[in-house]
Design a protein around this ligand. Structure first.
Ligand code: ATP
Length: 246
């Protein structure tokens, strides 16, 4: 069953186009890695799906056209979003950070909190601590946990491994796999291709705001990946400031 359909989605900043006519569909429960170099448009695409940047085109969530709706309404309809940079309320406790992210009634909120703490045992240990005391990895887990408190059917994750050690990034990706195993669809924007591909069933490669590849993650051809990250090998047009694949 198709959960999300994006058709001809374009978004930009001033006159500059960052996402250029992207069409994409996600099935319920599917994990899709959205890969591309620095500046390829991954973050902007996630923001456009959520309604955080003005966009043209269609965004349909579970049969409902959400393209004209405010971000908060889209969240209530089933989109969860974890922005780059793990935003949490630093002065609030871990438990409060999670509870204020819920719009469920008390009993359901308690169950949702338990589910998040089961997923992230490190957060259970620190439930009473203020969020600023957490490590970077734990803050990322808390940011993901906050999004889960809204019971998303689709989680939009922006660069969850950014700035984390390989070990901690591995823990975060293990949690992403566990979330997916519980039936939540995930659209995972990453520059770290290897880890994202290990967690995803499908890979979408973005280059200069356009989809240049969409297919099974395990069949992703190294050449397609290289081209998306570094430019066309024949035309030799590397992205200005583009980064290496990892
Ligand atoms: P990164 O991994 O660096 O986050 P990305 O693939 O997520 O890269 P975007 O952040 O979506 O890419 O950026 C796409 C393009 O839009 C880039 O050219 C970027 O410079 C530009 N851009 C992004 N945010 C803004 C902004 N707030 N104002 C102006 N231009 C922006």
């Amino acid at each position: 069953m198709t959960l999300l359909t994006i058709e001809g989605l374009s978004a930009g900043y001033g006159g500059a186009v960052a996402v250029d006519g992207v069409s994409l569909a996600l099935k319920a429960g599917e994990t899709v890695a959205l890969l591309g170099a620095n500046g390829a448009g991954k973050s902007t695409l996630l923001k456009a799906v959520l309604g955080l940047v003005p966009a043209r085109g269609r965004v349909v969530l579970d049969g409902v056209e959400v393209g004209g709706l405010a971000a908060e309404k889209r969240v209530r309809l089933g989109l969860g979003y974890v922005p780059e940079g793990r935003r949490v309320f630093a002065g609030m406790s871990v438990r409060d950070n999670l509870e204020v992210a819920s719009f469920a009634g008390t009993a359901e909120r308690g169950r949702d909190l338990e589910r998040v703490l089961a997923l992230f045992p490190q957060l259970r240990e620190k439930a009473g601590e203020r969020a600023w005391r957490l490590s970077g990895g734990q803050q990322q887990m808390l940011a993901v946990g906050r999004a889960l408190m809204g019971r998303p059917r689709l989680l939009l994750l922006d660069e969850p491994s950014l700035g984390l050690s390989p070990k901690v990034a591995g823990e975060v990706f293990a949690a992403v796999r566990a979330i997916a195993a519980q039936g939540t669809a995930v659209l995972l924007a990453e520059q770290s291709a290897r880890r994202a591909l290990a967690a995803a069933g499908r890979a979408v490669l973005l280059r200069l705001g356009r989809v240049v590849h969409d297919g099974p993650a395990d069949a992703l051809d190294a050449e397609a990946l290289r081209t998306a990250f570094l430019g066309d090998p024949i035309l030799g047009d590397p992205i200005p400031g583009g980064s290496e694949s990892s």
